[in-house]
Each structure stands twice: as C-alpha cells, then as structure tokens.
Design a protein around this ligand. Structure first.
Ligand code: ADP
Length: 509
C-alpha cells in the first residue's frame, strides 16, 4: 500500500492540500478559496469556521482524488498564513470573534503609541520591528473590544492561536493546544533567544499567559487526528509558518542559504544558522523551522510591490493582457533605453524605509515603447530584490552562494536571468515551485520517518533550471547606478514636504 504525506497549506486567499509521494512528487492538489471580510477600510477578517471546514474539506478531497484511505497517510504537515489571530472558548471551541488577518491595520495607532523603550524591548526580544501585522496587538484588541472577553481570558476560559494552532486544535478534536516555534516567533510575544513566551510582553499587551499555546518544534510528533474526521488517526507531525516552510522546502538549511518568493510582493529569507542576527537595515530576525534537536534563525525582508506592479500594468494601465505576456515584451527590446520604474506605490521598504515615497517612471524619451515600460516594470522586481539581498549580505557578512526561487512570477525566465545578472550569483528554480507545501511535507515526513534524513531530502530535491550570470560587471554597475538614481528621485518626492526654505523658493517671472 503506497504511502503519502499530506501538506495542508492554509493561505490568505485559499486553503490547499497537496499529497506528496516518497520521491517528493506532488501527486494531487485540492483547493478552496477563502472569503475576505472587510468590515471597515483597512480592516481584514476571515471566518474561523471557514478556515477549519475548508481545511478538512481539502484533506478529504485530496484523498478522494488520489483514491487513498487514511491508513495511507504517513503524516500531515501544516503550513499557514502567519500572524493571523484567533481567540476561542476552551470549553466549547467556539471563536469569540472573526480571525483578524495579518494585513488588518486596526491596531496601527496602538502600535504608534508604544514608547521608544517599549519598541526597543520588543525588537530585542522578538527580533521584530513593532507592527500591527503581528498577533500581539490583535489579541489585545479582541480582549478590549469583545464584551466579556477580558474577564473570560483572566479566568482561563479563552485560548489564543495562530491558524496552525486553530487547525491542530480542531484536527485533534480539541485535545491539543499547540503551535510551532516559527509561528510563535511572529506573535510579537515570543522571546526568540530564550525560546519561550515573554511575561513582560504579555503584560504590555494585557494578555493572560493561560491563553497561550504550548510551543513545540516544527518537525515533531504533535499528536494524531481525531479518527472520526478522516476515517483513521493520522499523525500530525509538521507545522511551520508559510515563509519558513518555503525556506525548508527549498532545502535552505545552512547559514547563507537564501530563497526568494516572487508573488504579489516578494519574501526573502536567509538562514543564519545558530546566530540571531540583529539587522542594521530594519530586516526582521525570525526563527527558522526546528526539529527535536533544535533550530536556527533567519533574516527576513520583503518587497511590497513585485508581481503587483505587473498586475497594475494589466488591470489599471492596461498595456498587458496577462501577467505571462510580460516576458514576451521583455525580449522585444535589448534594454529599457534608460527607463526605470520605482514601484513605490505604498512607500519604499527595506533598506530605504520611506513610507511617503511614491512610484515613478524615470528616464523616459519620445522613443520609450510599451516593451520598454513593461521591461522596466519586470526589472524593478529584480532591483528591489537585489537591494534587500545586499542588506542581508551586509548584515550576515557572508557571500551569497546561490538564490533559490519560487512563487508565481518565478515562471518568468527573463526576470530570473536578469536577477542572476544583477546579483552575479546563480539562481535555482526547483521542479516543484509549491515549496511552501513541500516544506510542510518535509517537516512532517522527517518526524515520522517517511524520509530518513535531510540528506535524503537534499538528494530527491530537484532543480528545474539554473540561471547563471551573463552580464559583464561594467554593464551591471551602470544599471545599478541608474536604479540608485531612480530611487533617489522617488525619495526626493517624499522629502518635498520637509524641504528647506531655500528649496521652497520656486523661481517665477
Ligand atoms: P501570491 O501568492 O502573492 O498571490 P503568486 O505566487 O500566485 O502570488 O504570483 C502571482 C503574482 O505574480 C501576480 O502579481 C502576477 O502579476 C505575477 N506574475 C505571474 N506570472 C508572471 C509572469 N510570467 N511574469 C511576471 N509576473 C508574473
């Protein structure tokens, strides 16, 4: 009877289940969309029951598609949208409020009110730059705004969990209240150095310790599913937040190993071994996936607007019919003719940190064609990724060996070649670009012996394509100089409000 490993991937827009065989091949995928609830501008919620029922549904659907029974599942690995916050009743399992999604900005003002000393403590203990994304202020909001919740929490009647924890609770019929270290590291309540919940931060946000789940390694035997759910008890043996799961699924286990996911935005993670590196560029320090013998750290940086700029060309500017078409335009010209796009639609993140910057095309001439504009947009993804990687390289002090890539836009060969050219290192695209799910499967499979060791995984992991730098150093230097000038223009735009009196004197006749 052939055995499989199920990866349950509960993401922001959909819930998916992928079944992997022993060779790491994805055999079948089942998927359901998740409804987004926007009660007010800037607020984002999801229905906790839908998160759970969609998870169970895709698990069952994947088993039907593959024609297998629960006994053929060697284990289940869970990976999830990080930071999204749920609170439910210990006795009934009933959520007291909707899931508050990571993107939700309702607690932004609360975070702004943190004193510099409080912000510093958060940074030192959690490795995070204080933000409304993380779970802490979301839990506080629920306790302050749901009638009776604070009292119930004080009495030990309420439980908090990120999505992984909520799914583990439901999959075990309410018998397990646990999360893994990677998810805990995104709550802004977890001391990543001591690897435990931090009393001081819990007090800062008024959160009773009794609400918090037990924190376990990412690759670990958590328990088994309630036999009534899938027809037999299946081991739950791997849990990791989506980005850390992808890092693991890309076999990035050594210091300096890095991956980038090219999606709507980009998520870059670099493994830093046993050292928690304090970034000098505003990057986040976070926990990499762990096992029973421990785990390391990672540096994390993101690019706000990557594939989203291609979507903008398609949906708003309307010079593209599909995202995939962008690659054809890129190859219609030999270069952009000096045109750059800085897609600072929502400000600039690492390493510039200028929220007031705005997007701009620069270097336009009467000869700038549609192809040049599309190419400049695709190239802007690579420039931004290079900036974040350069910041990471400076923080960690190690040269980058190779960059492993995934995500929807990694299908664009021009983009990846240009990225390799800019970085001067090889880019490797795996055969299975579902690396988030693959990472969850690897973690779960190692814990139950489905795969014997990381060495075995490194052997079965397959590359689809390697992109090698073809650009000469002088061309690269010229392109990078152009990009820096373009970024300067976007930064100058942001500085206008604070310009000096001399600068304000606009000459006129
Ligand atoms: P997410 O998981 O963030 O929703 P995906 O990984 O599915 O995103 O990637 C989708 C994004 O990638 C979209 O923003 C889309 O514009 C972009 N994209 C998809 N295919 C290409 C392509 N061939 N070239 C450039 N961008 C692409």
């Amino acid at each position: 009877m052939q055995q499989y490993l199920a990866a349950l991937d509960q993401g922001t827009t959909s819930t998916r289940c992928i079944l992997f065989d022993r060779s790491g091949h994805a055999c079948t995928t089942a998927q359901q969309e998740i409804a987004q609830i926007f009660p007010r501008p800037g607020w984002v919620e999801q229905d906790p029951i839908e998160l759970w029922t969609s998870s169970l549904a895709v698990l069952r659907q994947a088993m039907v598609q593959a024609g297998i029974r629960a006994e053929q599942l060697a284990g289940i690995g869970i990976t999830n949208q990080r930071e999204t916050t749920l609170v439910w009743e210990r006795a009934t399992g009933k959520p007291v409020y909707n899931a508050i999604v990571w993107q939700c900005r309702r607690t932004a003002e609360r975070i702004d009110k943190l004193s510099p000393a409080e912000a510093q403590r958060i940074r030192e203990k959690t490795g995070l730059v204080p933000d409304a994304y993380f779970s802490a202020s979301k839990i506080e909001w629920i306790l302050r705004n749901v009638p009776g919740a604070a009292e119930q929490a004080k009495n030990g009647d309420l439980l908090f969990g990120t999505v992984d924890c909520w799914l583990l609770w439901n999959l075990t019929g309410g018998s397990l209240h646990a999360t893994d270290e990677t998810n805990a590291s995104r709550t802004m309540l977890f001391d990543i150095h001591r690897r435990r919940w931090d009393k001081d931060l819990l007090d800062l946000f008024g959160i009773p310790a009794a609400m918090l789940p037990q924190v376990l390694p990412s690759s670990h035997r958590y328990g088994v599913t309630d036999p009534a759910l899938l027809g037999a008890a299946v081991p739950l043996s791997g849990v990791a937040g989506d980005q850390q799961a992808a890092l693991f699924g890309q076999c990035c286990w050594q210091p300096g190993d890095a991956k980038n996911t090219y999606g709507t935005g980009c998520f870059l993670l670099m493994h830093t071994g046993d050292e928690a590196i304090d970034s000098r560029h505003g990057l986040l320090t976070t926990l990499a996936a762990s096992d029973d013998s421990g785990g390391g750290y990672a540096l994390e940086g993101s690019v706000f607007v990557a594939g989203a700029a291609i979507q903008w060309l398609r949906d708003k500017v309307r010079i593209l019919e599909s995202a995939g078409q962008s690659e054809r335009y890129c190859s219609q010209c030999t270069d952009t003719g000096g045109v750059y796009l800085v897609p600072a639609f929502a400000g600039l993140g690492a390493p510039y940190w200028q929220p007031d910057a705005r997007g701009m095309f620069v270097g336009l001439t009467g000869g700038s064609s549609r192809a040049a504009l599309v190419r400049a947009t695709v190239e802007s993804m690579a420039y931004q990724v290079r900036d974040v990687l350069e910041a990471m390289r400076q923080d960690i002090g190690l040269p980058l060996q190779a960059l492993r890539v995934d995500g929807g836009a990694s299908a664009n060969n021009f983009l990846l070649q240009f990225q390799a050219d800019l970085l001067g290192v090889d880019l490797v695209r795996p055969a299975c670009i579902e690396t988030t799910a693959l990472g969850a499967a690897y973690l779960a499979g190692l814990a139950v012996g489905f795969w014997a060791s990381r060495e075995e995984l490194a052997r079965i992991w397959q590359a689809n394509h390697r992109f090698t730098c073809r650009m000469d150093p002088s061309t690269r230097a010229k392109r990078l100089e152009g990009w820096r000038r373009a970024v300067d223009c976007a930064l100058y735009w942001a500085r206008w409000e604070n310009r000096s009196t001399a600068e304000q004197e606009v000459p006129h006749d």
